[in-house]
Design a protein around this ligand. Structure first.
Ligand SMILES: *[C@@H]1O[C@H](CO)[C@@H](O)[C@H](O)[C@H]1NC(C)=O
Ligand SMILES: *[C@@H]1O[C@H](CO)[C@@H](O)[C@H](O)[C@H]1NC(C)=O
Ligand SMILES: *[C@@H]1O[C@H](CO)[C@@H](O)[C@H](O)[C@H]1NC(C)=O
Length: 346
């Protein structure tokens, strides 16, 4: 640099034209270049922070098999959606109804929400095989994710640990402010006039566990505000192998100042799980029907009303035809008369 400078100065001093190069001009040029260089570093520095935040996320998003569509290649399709709203399903088992369920949720949740599916190799493969989900992926609506090691989602306890770990929100949901968490046994009803967006001003809303529950917090179908979750995680950590994450959060949120949570009496129409309510926005049918609450499901007239209101329940619940009922079935889970001791032996 120094030798280049002196040779240029040498040429400059021998000429008097306006293009003449002298020491002052060179210094101006150098200082300009220097300023530009510094200035161009500033936005890049900002970008690099943002990039770092999203890089980890991009690393885990599954890449698509070859699928061609003729959308404008220069438009990032994910910009159509509001990245602060994420509908989240975490499921490690390749359950056959995941695809229709995700598609049904996509059509019921307001259109600006994004969808994230976190699964195992098996469950992600099973979801990504469908053309319909590939289309949603390509359209920027749906991301399929397998978490890198040491994260795992092999059992409920793994998922509880995930959801109570600050790093999970920072690394995999970097832009989310609202999470609609649903499970493989949750569904929203398209007959409902309510919208998930109606609950955005609460920090947590879910299904009440009993009548007049002070905290409607059942997590199976729930909406959560991420900044509030992070506030809890900043000063509290869950002990492994203790209570489920929704109960753990509930106890803390209920006593934190400035937090607004749904109470059972106000919010019984958000989601129904243990307590019957007519025409809710959604249901969490625990384990697809294996551990259903009597208050909601036992009475056949109630049940019929429920299925008429929310026929989508058939996607997530095992069903059989009315005509295949056994004789003596009282439609409340018992067979009247039943089998004689002799018949049971056969
Ligand atoms: C995303 O949704 C929230 C809540 O409705 C809203 O406040 C925010 O302005 C939206 N962001 C964009 C970029 O539309
Ligand atoms: C899932 O797939 C990835 C990449 O194909 C592989 O590296 C990883 O070991 C697989 N994980 C399991 C648990 O099989
Ligand atoms: C709790 O579980 C996590 C993840 O499996 C593990 O990293 C951590 O060490 C455990 N904490 C304790 C106190 O055992």
């Amino acid at each position: 640099m120094a030798s280049m400078l002196s040779s240029h100065v040498g040429t400059g001093s021998s000429s008097n034209s306006i293009f003449a190069i002298n020491r002052a001009k060179i210094l101006i040029v150098i200082s300009l270049i220097f300023t530009w260089a510094i200035a161009s570093l500033i936005p890049r520095y900002k970008d690099s922070v943002k990039e770092a935040a999203t890089k980890k996320y991009k690393d885990v998003v599954e890449n698509l098999p070859a699928l061609k569509v003729d959308w404008h290649p220069k438009i990032d399709p994910s910009l159509q959606f509001n990245s602060s709203k994420v509908a989240l399903l975490i499921e490690g088992r390749p359950i056959p109804h995941l695809v229709p369920q995700i598609l049904q949720m996509i059509s019921t949740v307001p259109p600006d929400w994004r969808f994230v599916f976190i699964g195992t190799n098996k469950s992600v493969l099973s979801v990504s095989r469908s053309f319909a989900t590939q289309y949603q992926q390509l359209n920027g609506k749906l991301d399929l994710i397998t978490l890198p090691k040491p994260w795992k989602i092999d059992g409920k306890e793994d998922v509880y640990r995930l959801l109570t770990d600050m790093r999970f929100y920072e690394e995999f949901l970097p832009e989310a402010e609202w999470i609609l968490k649903y499970e493989s046994d949750s569904i929203l009803c398209s007959n409902s006039g309510d919208s998930v967006d109606d609950w955005l001003d609460l920090d947590w809303a879910g299904a009440p566990r009993h009548v007049n529950d002070k905290f409607a917090g059942n997590g199976g179908l729930s909406i959560r505000r991420v900044s509030t979750i992070k506030r809890v995680l900043k000063f509290q950590s869950r002990i492994n192998d203790t209570e489920p994450e929704d109960e753990w959060f509930g106890k803390r949120l209920a006593v934190m100042p400035g937090v607004s949570i749904a109470t059972g009496a106000q919010e019984d129409h958000f989601s129904v799980e243990d307590i019957y309510h007519e025409k809710p926005m959604g249901y969490h049918a625990r384990e697809g029907g294996d551990r259903l609450a009597d208050d909601v499901w036992k009475d056949p007239a109630r049940r019929q009303k429920t299925f008429e209101w929310c026929p989508e329940l058939a996607i997530i619940m095992p069903m059989k035809l009315e005509r295949t009922r056994c004789d003596g079935d009282n439609k409340q889970g018992e067979i009247i008369g039943g089998l004689t001791e002799e018949e049971k032996k056969i």
